[in-house]
Design a protein around this ligand. Structure first.
Ligand code: AMP
Ligand code: MG
Length: 405
């Protein structure tokens, strides 16, 4: 028996990550509302004003009191002024009178109904109003979108552009959000060469650093890439130890299996703490999680598709937990576009092309190149297809979960 959980289910790994992330929450900061896009809201927001904050016209036209209209036929109303969007002009509209009004203009005193421009006729210094208008037609009432004081945003929500727009509409100058975790990215392996340099026999270009940097930036983070680590435990200890003392999160790729050159499990065990090692998933089985100094460590397997799949499932769970995000990540369902035989009992994340099926559903076509080094198939795809734990033959049309990426 290992002194830490091993060969655990993906859901259990996510639960352990969430637990660790919860005790390492990043704290909060106050940001100008227009700098807070993409952040996780830390405090609930209540509306300081109502929306709309005054009764106003929904359309361009004329405003009047509904009581001025005759029961049947059109009504001629004398035009006594105009109220455009902006400051309320102090007009008072009496019985038998109307004013020109534009969209968003406040309803002048004495008016409660709008007739739209397209439906009216101008004649003899006044306006013919058609019959059949209901009281309050084309008026947007104060508070009908948001009553003053209402809770409009919850802690844990991600600040989408629409939510930033709402904060602006409410006049909120600042929002309290979770601080972004600082993330150090390490790739490891004596065989790695940076793109642009000559490739000697036996070497491979480092794909995972910029794969990870891109994934992290897509989460709105500003990760720091460190020079690639050789498979040398002393060098690794020094550099990882430095990062462990300075960053919230250290993400590594490679060196997590049980080979002669896989030093990460031993280093984490000796200098930090292992949270779990090995998850029953394919690709990504040897993934390692733990803590060292002030940082949480997520050590991803080196095969590029394993790096991708473990980041999308476990890495994002870690970042979400650290920031207290509770907006769920989208998990969709789609019909499998083809037969698939699951040759392994582990939960499998296939790569596939997800698209509308033209009949109101989604269809996902698995890529046949399913090995964990086949990065091209991942690049040709836009979703992970989740095949649950256990052996099973899948048939064309079976419903599967998909994680778009
Ligand atoms: P490892 O997890 O270190 O045993 O590596 C597994 C496989 O992934 C090996 O074929 C490595 O050469 C490859 N690999 C590891 N790191 C990277 C990287 N950063 N970029 C591309 N391939 C890598
Ligand atoms: Mg390696």
């Amino acid at each position: 028996m290992t002194p830490y959980p091993s060969r655990i289910a993906v859901d259990d790994a996510i639960a352990l990550i969430r637990e660790a992330a919860h005790s390492h929450r990043t704290g909060t900061e106050s940001l100008a509302f227009n700098r807070a896009g993409g952040r996780v809201l830390a405090d609930a927001v209540n509306a300081p004003i109502a929306l709309p904050s005054f009764d106003n016209s929904r359309m361009d036209g004329v405003a009047f009191a509904h009581a001025s209209l005759t029961a049947e036929g059109t009504t001629w109303l004398r035009l006594v002024g105009e109220q455009y969007a902006g400051v309320l002009g102090g007009l008072h509209v009496g019985p038998g009178e109307c004013v020109r009004i534009t969209t968003g203009a406040p309803m002048p005193e004495g008016t409660d109904t709008v007739a739209i421009r397209e439906d009216i006729v101008e004649r003899d210094g006044g306006i013919e109003i058609p019959s059949g208008l209901r009281a309050g037609a084309d008026v947007r009432r104060v508070g009908e979108d948001v009553p003053a004081g209402a809770g409009v945003l919850r802690a844990g929500q991600v600040l989408t552009p629409a939510r930033i727009g709402l904060a602006a509409a409410l006049g909120l100058p600042t929002l309290t959000v979770a601080r972004r975790p600082t993330v150090a990215v390490f790739t490891t392996g004596d065989e790695l060469v940076e793109p642009g340099l000559p490739l000697l026999p036996g070497q491979v270009y480092n794909s995972n650093r910029d794969l990870l940097m891109g994934l992290l930036r897509a989460e709105g983070l500003e990760p720091t890439a460190w020079p690639t680590l050789p498979d040398d435990p002393e060098r690794m200890q020094t550099m990882l130890g430095d990062a462990a003392s300075a960053f919230d999160v250290v993400i590594t790729s490679g060196g997590v299996s049980a080979g002669q050159k896989d030093h990460l499990p031993g280093l984490l065990k000796a200098h930090g703490r292992i949270g779990f090692w090995k998850v029953r998933m394919k690709p990504g089985m040897p993934v390692l999680f733990g803590a060292w100094d002030r940082a949480l460590f997520l050590c991803l397997p080196g095969n590029p598709v394993s790096t991708l799949a473990t980041f999308l499932t476990l890495g994002r769970a870690l970042l979400d937990g650290l920031q207290g995000r509770d907006d769920p990540r989208p998990v969709w369902q789609a019909r499998l576009g083809g037969d698939w035989r699951k040759a392994h009992a582990r939960l499998e994340f296939l790569r596939g092309q997800l698209a509308p099926d033209g009949e109101g559903g989604l269809r996902v076509v698995p890529n046949a190149a399913d090995a964990s080094h086949q990065l091209r198939a991942a690049a040709d795809s836009n979703a992970l297809i989740v095949l649950a734990e256990g052996l099973r033959d899948y048939a064309d049309g079976d419903i599967v979960d998909v994680l778009p990426y």
